[in-house]
Design a protein. Structure first.
Length: 176
């Protein structure tokens, strides 16, 4: 008897990755460190290059697709390690959420302001969730880790990113 089987889904080009949950599922399937999330390995699985670059001081990061279809994230080498992680996560968000809209995203250092357009706001929320997942953040706080600096180290992000995430999740006393 002949049996038809569905073809296995292939996420190797990232075409079916469009949420934080999809990224975490891929990370778990490929045994990628999730706390803190290993952005370089995650990007590699999506066939996205990540490179530090000497960008204008007003530019935080860039996501672009070259004519051959290769996506690259450039982050400003002048940023701190923790700030760069947020920038990379933000650019990965553009890839997952907005790559069908355009082939080039350039984000200035103020992309977290309220004046940002809807794609920037969406990418910021995505990046915060990717770097500091709701359940992991709440679990850390429930375990008594309430110091902003300590939370920042745990998730390998800036203290500002922790404060924003805490506010999003309804926590008080974070200085925002």
């Amino acid at each position: 008897m002949a049996v038809l089987r569905k073809p296995k889904s292939n996420n190797s080009d990232g075409s079916s990755i469009n949420s934080v949950e999809d990224l975490y599922q891929l990370a778990r399937e490929k045994s990628i460190t999730c706390l803190p999330i290993d952005l370089a390995k995650l990007a590699s699985l999506l066939r996205i290059k990540i490179m530090g670059a000497k960008l204008d001081e007003t530019i935080s990061g860039v996501l672009r697709k070259d004519p051959a279809g290769v996506w690259t994230v450039l982050y400003n080498e002048g940023q701190s390690y923790f700030r760069s992680r947020f920038t990379i996560a933000h650019e990965l968000a553009h890839f997952c959420l907005h790559r069908g809209n355009r082939d080039n995203f350039e984000d200035d250092v103020f992309f977290r302001t309220e004046s940002s357009d809807w794609m920037e706001k969406e990418a910021n929320r995505f990046a915060g969730e990717l770097l500091m997942p709701r359940d992991a953040f709440k679990q850390a706080v429930d375990q008594g880790i309430t110091n902003i600096d300590e939370l920042a180290r745990r998730f390998a992000v800036s203290t500002y990113a922790v404060r924003v995430r805490a506010k999003e999740l309804g926590y008080k006393g974070h200085g925002l």
